[in-house]
Design a protein around this ligand. Structure first.
Ligand code: SAM
Length: 275
């Protein structure tokens, strides 16, 4: 059993499914995650979901500062032990989903996010940063393998979706490593992967709001053509939707999921120019 494992046991800690508590202890993997995230001596890290602090401690060893959120107050005594001596790490015992991100950013300045989160909140957390963050330079997050495939999918594949296009607006995404379920305790029912989203090199568009509206429309009903989805979303008649697709150079029967993020941006710019 790892150091954290013993400390958890000694503190009578009971793992809570509702908080998605599947912890890591493999030191090589934890170090590799910090490396994947590009954490250096000058980096401020925002960690979400400290757990028993195994990743927090590694991050504290490579970063300038680590601010870690943890929702479960039962982990207070555990983290007090596991993070002893990590002067540059602080734990905030609150639900990250309820935090005021702009206020937090004022305090952090430039930062990267590193997280091994419960799977049910991974996508909402990532979306939050994509849509609201101004000073975030990147997110390195453990996700279910299927979710990793969705984050980094190419257009025209079944995995490609609104989240892929939302990431492409901000930057680029790569799967940095696969993580088998055997490396977690308790062991989950799925395998995982670490993905790194860099907040640089996103598609250029005049209005992010319009890009998001186009993407939402495109994926609102995968069984329908883009023309039909645009008609519903923007309350247009067929002639208007048809004219737009023609101007963009797309066939009338094109489906949203075959368009690249750059093509969504082109459509968004054409709509912006008309309104
Ligand atoms: N980082 C640790 C590790 O890798 O071993 C723990 C990972 S565990 C999958 C996720 C952690 O996130 C749990 O400790 C859980 O209590 C915490 N958590 C769940 N929801 C949260 C939220 N909304 N805000 C902050 N922490 C949360």
């Amino acid at each position: 059993m790892s150091g954290e494992g013993e400390i958890l046991k000694r503190n009578g800690f009971g793992f809570k499914k509702k908080f998605g508590q599947n912890f890591l202890s493999d030191q090589n993997l934890l170090r590799a995650i910090a490396e994947d995230a590009g954490v250096e001596k000058t980096t401020t890290v925002l960690e979400i979901g400290a757990g028993a602090g195994a990743l927090t401690r590694i991050l504290a060893g490579c970063a300038r500062r680590v601010v870690a959120y943890e929702i479960d107050p039962d982990l207070k005594p555990v983290l007090a032990e596991t993070l002893r001596g990590c002067e540059n790490a602080e734990v905030v015992f609150r639900d990250f989903m309820r935090e005021d991100l702009p206020a937090l950013e004022k305090e952090l300045k430039e930062y990267v996010v590193v997280a091994n989160l419960p799977y049910y909140i991974t996508t909402p957390v990532v979306l939050r940063f994509l849509e609201e963050a101004a000073l975030c330079r990147g997110i390195t997050v453990m996700v279910q393998e299927e979710v990793a495939a969705r984050f980094s999918a190419r257009e025209g594949t079944p995995e490609y979706g609104a989240i892929t296009a939302a990431i492409a607006l901000r930057g680029t995404c790569e799967i940095t490593r696969k993580v088998p379920r055997t490396l977690f305790y308790p062991r989950p029912n799925v395998d995982s992967a670490v993905v790194r989203i860099r907040f640089t090199g996103g598609v250029a568009v005049q209005s992010e709001k319009m890009y998001r509206a186009v993407v939402r429309a495109a994926f609102s009903s995968r069984r329908k053509t883009l023309e039909n989805n645009l008609m519903t979303a923007f309350l247009w008649d067929r002639a208007a939707a048809h004219a737009l697709l023609e101007e963009a150079g797309f066939p009338a029967n094109v489906r949203g999921e075959t368009l690249s993020p750059a093509m969504f941006a082109r459509l968004a710019d054409l709509i912006s120019a008309r309104s």
